[in-house]
Design a protein. Structure first.
Length: 220
């Protein structure tokens, strides 16, 4: 079986992605990959002092294993596990307003988008792109890259091994993940296993996995 491209994030970034707060991952490097990926929470916990750490509307309390917000969101943060699936739809550079003012910049990047914080994604991010709500959830310094994520689903909603279906999407029978039509060619090796902790077929608990730096391949 082929593996699923996988992105490792430190906590609380992984759980902030799972709950929908974080939709842009920021990296110092770019990728040409586009398509379905798994989101992996790194094994090493964050180190906290006595006070909660706030990330936008969310915070991690002392102990560092739960994510909360003032609206009542309260969930454990898994470590060393596949926690979600997503689609990586683009990877674009981040620029600062001072660079935008350079006389040659707009000629080179005519589709650049701006916001009030002096940050921009360019090119190809669509008219009126505003990333101000994402600023608490990443490192948006100029020169870094924004990895744009869509269709994020926790493993409790969509199994990363079969992408929420027990149908194999490939004619060669080699892979399970992907958007597929209902039906069944082979059982999913993950979400129908005895270790599925009672979750229905097509979804599962966070899956223990050892991550790697960069974009790596997880094999069920």
């Amino acid at each position: 079986m082929s593996g699923l491209p996988t992105l490792t994030l430190w906590q609380p970034w992984a759980s902030l992605t799972v709950c929908g707060a974080k939709t842009i991952d920021t990296r110092s490097w770019r990728t040409n990959f586009r398509g379905p990926i798994a989101i992996h929470a790194a094994k090493r916990p964050i180190v906290l002092g006595r006070d909660p750490l706030w990330y936008g509307d969310y915070y991690v309390a002392q102990g560092g294993t739960w994510l909360h917000n003032a609206s009542g969101y309260d969930a454990p943060m898994p470590f060393g596990a596949i926690v979600a699936t997503a689609r990586l739809v683009d990877c674009v550079p981040i620029y600062h307003l001072m660079q935008l003012l350079h006389e040659d910049f707009e000629a080179e990047w005519p589709n650049v988008q701006r916001n009030g914080d002096g940050l921009a994604l360019s090119p190809g991010t669509g008219a009126g792109t505003d990333i101000s709500d994402q600023l608490p959830y990443g490192d948006f310094r100029p020169g870094r890259w924004a990895w744009l994520l869509e269709d994020v689903q926790p493993t409790t909603e969509r199994c990363p091994a079969c992408w929420g279906s027990m149908t194999d999407p490939d004619s060669d029978g080699d892979r399970y993940y992907g958007v597929v039509e209902p039906g069944s060619r082979a059982p999913c090796p993950v979400c129908v296993s005895a270790e599925n902790n009672g979750y229905p077929v097509g979804c599962c608990a966070p899956i223990p996995a050892t991550g790697k730096p960069g974009l790596w391949e997880w094999r069920p």
